[in-house]
Design a protein around this ligand. Sequence first.
Ligand code: 5GP
Ligand code: MN
Length: 341
Amino acid sequence: MNQIKALREHINKARTAVIVSHYNPDGDAIGSSLAMGHYLSRSGVEVQVIMPNDCPDFLKWIPGHEAVMVYEQSREAAEKLIEKADLIFCMDFNHLTRIKEMGHAVARSKAWKVMIDHHVNPDAFPDFLYHNPRASSTAELVYELILELGDKERIDREIAACIYTGILTDTGAFQFSSTTPRVHRVAADLLETGINGYEIYDKIFNSYDENRLKFFGFCWTRRMEIIAGGRAGIIGVSAADQFRFKLKKGDTEGLVNTPLQIKGVVLSAFAKVQDKVVKLSFRSKGHIDVNQLARSYFNGGGHVNAAGGMMEEPLEDVMKKLKKIIPEYLKQYQNKENENV
Ligand code: 5GP
Ligand code: MN
């Protein structure tokens, strides 16, 4: 049977659905999940969105956020809902390890499982995979899926605001190379529902504390190193650095992109101590594949130009490793024609 038809039938007969997204939910995780949540509610399904942990404050205005359940705070209730759900939607992640302990509950559940995602190498567990690694965001895929289900007219302002948020955050406000002509067309359709694009931008990108800007300045002057002959920038921040600037969840967001503003820098890495491990973020330009870098050396993955990872080692050792591996890794690209960076 045609997969979209199968999904349609499952939505029609489902009583309950649970929607989950990845640990440390970002704008695309929350936006795509709530967009799908609103859509399923409008289709008569009883929906609960569950995130593994809380999201940053700058995302808490999104329509429907007040009803999101946080697994870390409501473990038992969440597990019950996951176990009993007719449908489970896995949004914006490709592997159950990305939702931490919640992954076991999802794996055990007998629900019909859908994965909507744009990360490479998706896992095999879903019954229905709606996947495109060239999509700018999972939110863009939600838009495409609703269209394929023949329900464009159900995209109201609430759904549009959620999808717009996911696209806006995952494209860095339409600046990354994932911003295709289609992305602009989808955004235009969303704006035509009556949402205010500037207001959404303002709520997300202009809502930081003074400390966060001072922290960025500190990182640029005291923590950034340019390595690999000017081709890479790395920044490492300790728990003490974060304490000093009273950082809140989400305050380091975007810092990893900034070394790429330097002419000649094509790869950037950001390492921060978080929950006793070192969390890594990578960004790159053009063909330079940080997904492969993160997978091969840093227990992670993601996309070609944006990936993450994790190391259970002291920050100093991780920084040493970055300084050793990145220049080596970049050698393969040195003589490539059409590097386009
Ligand atoms: P960020 O640097 O914004 O945390 O993540 C960039 C991209 O890499 C995101 O698409 C995210 O899904 C992915 N990513 C971040 N951390 C990890 C990780 O530990 N493992 C994997 N597989 N992907 C990650
Ligand atoms: Mn995403």
